[in-house]
Design a protein around this ligand. Structure first.
Ligand SMILES: [Zn+2]
Length: 377
C-alpha cells in the first residue's frame, strides 16, 4: 500500500497531527494530485476552532473528524481515473476546491454554485456527503479531486502563486459581476488586505482606469499605490459615520468628476462593522453596483429608500468557477496579471500548527502563507 503524510485535525481547538495514511485511489472521473503548495488563509484558524460549525444549530457545516484541511492546493497530476481524457499525469494544476452535488435542480441547470450542498473541499460546506466523498484537503501529500476542478497552470505561474488563487478568484468573480474594465472607476474597500490586494492586482490586469482603495495602515496603502501609481489612489479611513457628508464620499466623488464610483468591491476583514461597508456604498454613483466578498457579519445600517432612489445594486459573491480560474492562469501566462508583489512565506507541512498560530504577523495582503507538503522536517 502506498502511504503519505497528512496533517489531520482529530478534535476542534486542538493542534493538527501528522499522520501516515493510505494514498487515495482516484475514482473514474477523478484525478490524484501530488500537492506541491497549499495556501493557508488566516480564517482557517477560526475554522479549526469550529467557529463556523457553531453558527448552525445542528453543526452540519464542518467535515467529519479526523479532517484534512487546506483550501488552495497546487501540484502535479499523479494519476487519472479511466474516464479522464483531457488531463494527463505530469501536468501542473491548481485544484479548485468548490464542490456541488451534480444532480440537484441547480446543478442540472448549470448553476452548481447555487447547489444547496455547495461545499469547499478541505474547508467546510453544506454537504456531509460531499465532504466524505472528497475528504482530502491540501495539507496532505496527495489529494483526489474531480477532473473538472483542475485549472492548468502555465510555467510562469509558480505553485506558491497558485496557492493564492482562492483570494484572487474570489476577487475576480466579484469584478466580473460588476463588469470592471477600461473607463470604469472601482472602489476596493479594504485594499491592503489579502482579498483587497488581489482585487487591486486584478483591476490593473483587467484595465480599470481608476482604482480607489481604503485601508487603515498608511504604510501598506503606500505599497499598494506603488503597484500602479497612475491608476491607484488610496485613502486611510477613520471611523466617521456613514452618509453623503462623509469625507470618504467627498474624496471618491472628487476623483470621479463628481459622479461617484461605478463599482464597489467590499473586502473588509472579519470583525469590521456594518457601518464601514455602508460608507463605501455611499461612494457609488447613481446606478452603481457593489459586490460583497468581505467578511462583515454585522447588520448594515442600510436605508432601502436611498438604495431604490439611487438605483443601487448590491449582491454577494462566493468563490469562483474553474473557468474563472483558467482566465487567471491565462492572464498570468500572458503577463497581464502581475503577482510579483506577493511575498511567499513557505513552511514545511510539519510547521502547520505554528503557521496557523502566527498568521496575525503579516505585511497585510502582501504576505502569502504557503505550506509545502513535500517537506516534513
Ligand atoms: Zn447540486
Amino acid at each position: 500500500m502506498n502511504t503519505m503524510i497528512a496533517a489531520r485535525l482529530h478534535a476542534y481547538d486542538a493542534p493538527m497531527t501528522l499522520d501516515r495514511i493510505a494514498v487515495p485511489q482516484p475514482r473514474p472521473n477523478d484525478v490524484l494530485v501530488e500537492v506541491k503548495a497549499c495556501g493557508v488563509v488566516p480564517n482557517l484558524a477560526r475554522v479549526v476552532s469550529n467557529f463556523f460549525g457553531k453558527l448552525t444549530p445542528d453543526n452540519k457545516l464542518m467535515p467529519p473528524l479526523p479532517a484534512i484541511f487546506g483550501l488552495d492546493p497546487a501540484g502535479v497530476v499523479a494519476e487519472v481515473g479511466d474516464q479522464v481524457w483531457s488531463v494527463r499525469p505530469g501536468e501542473r494544476v491548481y485544484v479548485n476546491p468548490a464542490r456541488s452535488c451534480g444532480s440537484c435542480r441547480m446543478c442540472r441547470s448549470g448553476q452548481p454554485y447555487d447547489c444547496p450542498g455547495w461545499t469547499l473541499q478541505g474547508y467546510f460546506g453544506r454537504s456531509q456527503e460531499i465532504m466524505r466523498a472528497y475528504p482530502y484537503g491540501g495539507l496532505a501529500q496527495f489529494i483526489t479531486a474531480p477532473a473538472t476542478a483542475l485549472v492548468k497552470l502555465p510555467d510562469s505561474a509558480s505553485f506558491e502563486a497558485a496557492a493564492r488563487f482562492g483570494y484572487l478568484g474570489t476577487a475576480y468573480a466579484a469584478m466580473r459581476k460588476i463588469g470592471v474594465g477600461p473607463g470604469q472607476a472601482l472602489l476596493i474597500n479594504g485594499i491592503s488586505g489579502q482579498l483587497g490586494l488581489n482585487a487591486a492586482q486584478l483591476a490593473l490586469a483587467m484595465g480599470a482606469t481608476t482604482i480607489l482603495g481604503t485601508g487603515r495602515n498608511q504604510n501598506l496603502l503606500d505599497r499598494v499605490k506603488a503597484l500602479g501609481p497612475g491608476r491607484i489612489d488610496i485613502i486611510a479611513v477613520s471611523d466617521a459615520p456613514p452618509g453623503p457628508a462623509d469625507p470618504l464620499v467627498a474624496w471618491a466623488k472628487k476623483l470621479t468628476d463628481g459622479y461617484g464610483v461605478d463599482g464597489v468591491i467590499d473586502c473588509l476583514p472579519p470583525g469590521a462593522p456594518g457601518s464601514a461597508m455602508m460608507r463605501a456604498l455611499y461612494c457609488l454613483r447613481r446606478g452603481g453596483r457593489a459586490v460583497n466578498v468581505g467578511a462583515v457579519m454585522e447588520t448594515l445600517p442600510l436605508n432601502a429608500f436611498w438604495l431604490m432612489t439611487n438605483r443601487i445594486g448590491l449582491e454577494g459573491s462566493v468563490w469562483f468557477t474553474t473557468a474563472e480560474g483558467e482566465d487567471m492562469a491565462a492572464m498570468a501566462a500572458a503577463g497581464t496579471l502581475d503577482l510579483s508583489a506577493l511575498e511567499h512565506g513557505v513552511s514545511p507541512l510539519s510547521k502547520v500548527n505554528e503557521v496557523l498560530a502566527g498568521m496575525d504577523e503579516r505585511n497585510g495582503g502582501f504576505t502569502n502563507f504557503v505550506i509545502d507538503p513535500t517537506r516534513v522536517e
